[in-house]
Design a protein around this ligand. Structure first.
Ligand code: SF4
Length: 341
């Protein structure tokens, strides 16, 4: 244990496979890292899934970006941790991810299918600054000739721009930034651990200046909070000005695990909306069809106004047989993603 680390107050709560140690450090107040050795890091997407990729990698479980609406919260319950604060602060780190990946990619059976990062938790959350797992992962993928994509809210990605540029010389690299609201006050309240919207807009510009395409995942659009014409106009306008190459946008989904956490937040911050949300989501995880159709129409209007193409595009041209994969995540992508760790 290095000098800046202290043992957690209590031992790790969970019977976690491959657990090496659990540590806290003053740099990451309130967060516990559970460092594990993984046996495998390439996760196969179930063949029945409609996702436009077959493999994912998630070097972390849990995410200190702490987005209240995060659909991946449910996955923390599989570790006997809660889907609220524990998801934000009890982080599992696969410290040997790059080595294990390089070994998996050397298998003769590896068909160099597209690998997606950032489908469940964010690979450039703050912990990446401490563990530096992504440079080894990017190199392993590029060296093996494997196309890949990264979806993130983390501006830490800028650290790896030279590596990503180099990787893009040998394999197809898809980059996506997640940004669905540009109001800094709302962002601070609902995505408290993420870099501010302005910083993410600047990251989009840096990616474009580096010669990389950059799609944007503008999800979730929040009913009555960010779905008004003024909000959508501002969002799409700022994304276009930053140089986004395409935008995929859609409404909030409220799956079990995130629903309870989100509704608690809504009651504290916007109590007058609780009844409206309960009505809109009375059918389950999705907003009513009428709402989804209405929002799609408004999104089309403002995307067109600002000259943006539909679909974040970072999965394009990546299917192994050379056929173009769908440019957008399917409508039901989020809940499917929640199982991809
Ligand atoms: S950045 Fe993504 S994975 Fe992390 S909390 Fe937010 S929505 Fe979840």
């Amino acid at each position: 244990m290095s000098a800046d680390e202290v043992a957690p107050a209590k031992p790790a709560l969970l019977p976690l496979a491959g657990l090496l140690r659990s540590v806290q450090t003053p740099e990451f107040a309130g967060i516990t890292f559970h460092e594990v050795t993984a046996k495998s890091v390439l996760n196969r997407v179930p063949p029945t899934s409609s996702m436009p990729f077959s493999w994912t990698i998630n070097p972390f479980r849990g995410c200190s970006h702490a987005c209240v609406y995060c659909f991946a919260r449910k996955t923390h319950s599989y570790l006997d941790l809660d889907t609220g604060l524990d998801f934000d602060a009890q982080l599992v780190v696969k410290v040997n991810a790059a080595e294990v990946l390089a070994r998996e990619l050397r298998r003769p059976s590896w068909a160099r299918e597209h690998v997606a990062l950032g489908t469940n938790t964010d690979p450039y959350q703050r912990a990446e600054g401490r563990y530096r797992l992504m440079p080894g992962i990017i190199s392993a993928l590029a060296d093996s000739g494997t196309p890949f994509s990264i979806l993130t809210k983390g501006t830490l990605l800028a650290r790896d721009l030279p590596l990503l540029k180099a990787a893009a010389q040998s394999v197809t690299v898809g980059m996506g930034i997640s940004l669905a609201l540009v109001d800094p006050v709302l962002a601070e309240a609902i995505e408290p651990g993420t870099p501010a919207p302005k910083a993410r807009l600047a990251l989009i510009s840096r990616l474009r200046e580096a010669g990389l395409p950059c799609g944007v995942m503008a999800m979730p659009i929040l009913p009555w909070l960010t779905d008004g014409d003024e909000s959508l106009d501002r969002l799409f306008g700022e994304l276009a000005a930053a140089g986004a190459t395409g935008v995929s946008a859609g409404p909030l989904h409220l799956r079990p695990g995130s629903r309870e956490w989100f509704m608690q937040w809504l009651a504290a911050h916007h109590p007058h909306l609780v009844g409206k949300y309960e009505g809109l989501y009375r059918g389950g995880s999705y907003a009513s069809k009428e709402y989804r159709d209405w929002l799609s129409g408004r999104i089309r209007v403002f995307r067109k106004k600002h000259g943006l193409t539909a679909g974040a595009g970072f999965f394009r041209n990546l299917s192994p047989d050379g056929q173009q994969a769908p440019a957008t995540l399917p409508a039901a992508a989020a809940p499917v993603q929640a199982s991809l760790f």
